[in-house]
Design a protein around this ligand. Sequence first.
Ligand SMILES: [Fe+2]
Length: 253
Amino acid sequence: MKAIISDIHSNLEAFQAVLEDIEGQGVSEIYCLGDVVGYGPNPRECVDLVMKCRIVLLGNHDQGALFDPEGFNPPAERAIFWTRSQLETAGANAGERERRWEFLVERPRCHQEDSLLFVHGSARNPLNEYVFPEDIYNQRKMERIFALVERTCFQGHTHVPGIFTEHQPEDVYQFQSPEEVDYAYRLDGRKVLCNVGSVGQPRDGDRRACYILFDGETIRYRRVDYDVETTIKKIYAIPDLENFLGDRLRDGR
Ligand SMILES: [Fe+2]
């Protein structure tokens, strides 16, 4: 059994709650689809914890913190510069700083395993492309992305969990939220794009941390409650992280 997580965004309370939930699920390996940092108050702690995952991909916020951020709105960019300053600070042990930095720099942009593809954004542009639920009406976009997927693609980036499917021959695309599939989707041979949702900043109106379990046949969505008020207080206390980055956690938006 795999657990697939994404978009932790330096939210330590959410990440710890998810790791605890994973412990009881018979999981042998954890895959993380990127954006370990950005937005939240605990980048160093989250990088340290994510190192126990078998696969960790590079997300656009991770890349922004390492190199020069491009294409971010002002609050996100400020958060990225603050994140970089945190990663440049060693804490108690100077070796830790090097270890985190090296780990992040070495992250791959995608991972393929049999017929499973793992990306942060999309199969077409692993780092930066968003695939939103409303993109099902953009036939050209969906066609091109589905063409690059052998069977199943696990992705994150939008923070909106759900399952995209392709229905031929009419080339109609469908999106189903976790509630719409009753939190479980069994693969039936058709191609699937699975957005695993976000651990640290869900945006589908459900503030609980989100991730999936995958046994090779069935995708199961998990929602995990965590101490959101603690994370919000930390964000409020850091001037470079705007207050709305905390407020949105309360609403899951
Ligand atoms: Fe993200």
